[in-house]
Design a protein around this ligand. Structure first.
Ligand SMILES: [Zn+2]
Length: 324
């Protein structure tokens, strides 16, 4: 099935193979009749059509390995290549955060190319100049100064809208002086934080803000990559109104047939305005998978009520960053 974003929500796709699957478009009256007939004749269960609306990729990196020595031109995944993957996937906006920030700037500066691809670039300041910074940023004053400088500089696509992605491999590092200062800065300047952390660190980061987590906008990368239990995820979402869960790599999310596992489906129905999808192109091997990753999201989104699918696929990210 096509995934072009111009398609609306359609009729249900039959599981059965055979002639039904050879009909050319999901919109033909003939197909609608056939689907109905399939139901009437008891030919088997039907499953939802994939979500076909726009996607907001809320976790994208354009790192130096992708673009090589010249941002956007020299590496295995130059700008026209990555923009093509987004366009073919119906991705209409991306959170761009790259190591180093030149990758994000390359996306943000390519205003004509991104406009042609129909992709809005939302730039975030990354805290890393190199791999070493992953393990020490939370206590490194030079990172704090770099962030202030980069925020002051802005991008051709507009001001930076957030900080991250950053990682905390030990939750106690959320108490590092630079981590604490950056969380306060984010809340004061209304910057969105993208954090790859565990659930304990969520509490610690939120506690570092003037509002004690009531006003900070924080995208929780992977929503607990270590498999934070769903009731604990729900507890955090209920406690912090600005906490959003991004779902790449989340263990236990998807069950049989590529559909949501029941407890995740229930969680999304309880908090439909709090989840986002993302590619997490942290390594070059993710770029060839880009379209499949987005297709997989479309599969399980299609099993949700249409308004909820649209919120998680697009609306929550658009609202968070003020896109139309
Ligand atoms: Zn990432």
């Amino acid at each position: 099935m096509s995934h072009l974003p111009t398609m609306g929500s359609g009729p249900r796709e039959p599981v059965l193979g055979g002639p039904l699957n050879r009909l050319r478009t999901p919109w033909s009256p003939l197909r609608r009749v056939c689907v109905t007939l399939a139901c009437v004749m008891g030919l088997g269960a039907v499953q939802a059509a994939d979500y076909s609306g726009p996607l907001f990729d809320a976790h994208l990196h354009y790192n130096t390995e992708a673009w090589g020595s010249v941002p956007g031109a020299g590496g295995p995944y130059p700008l026209p290549d990555v923009l093509g993957r987004m366009q073919r996937s119906g991705v209409k906006a991306i959170v761009a955060n790259s190591r180093p920030n030149e990758g994000t700037r390359a996306l943000a500066e390519a205003t004509d190319a991104t406009a042609r691809a129909g992709v809005t670039v939302v730039p975030l300041v990354r805290l890393y100049r190199d791999r070493q910074d992953y393990h020490q940023w939370f206590g490194d004053e030079s990172i704090y100064r770099m962030v202030l400088d980069e925020l002051a500089r802005g991008t051709p696509a507009g001001p930076y809208r957030g900080l991250g992605e950053f990682h905390l491999y030990e939750s106690r590092h959320a108490k590092g002086p630079v981590a604490q200062k950056l969380m306060a800065l984010a809340e004061e300047r209304d910057l969105v934080v993208l954090a790859h952390v565990d659930d304990a660190a969520i509490d610690l980061l939120m506690a570092a803000t003037p509002s004690k987590g009531q006003r900070l906008k924080l995208i929780w990368a992977h929503t607990g990559i270590g498999g934070t239990p769903v009731p604990r995820v729900a507890e955090l979402l209920a406690r912090y109104p600005g906490l959003m869960g991004e779902l790449s790599y989340r263990p236990g999310l998807v069950c049989e047939g590529g559909l949501l596992c029941p407890e995740w489906r229930a969680l999304m129905l309880r908090f439909p305005d709090r989840f986002l999808v993302g590619s997490d192109t942290w390594t070059n091997s993710r770029w060839p998978q880009y379209e499949d990753l987005m297709r997989a999201y479309r599969t399980w989104l299609g099993d949700l009520p249409a308004p909820v699918a649209r919120q998680i696929g697009w609306g929550n990210g658009a609202r968070l960053f003020g896109l139309p």
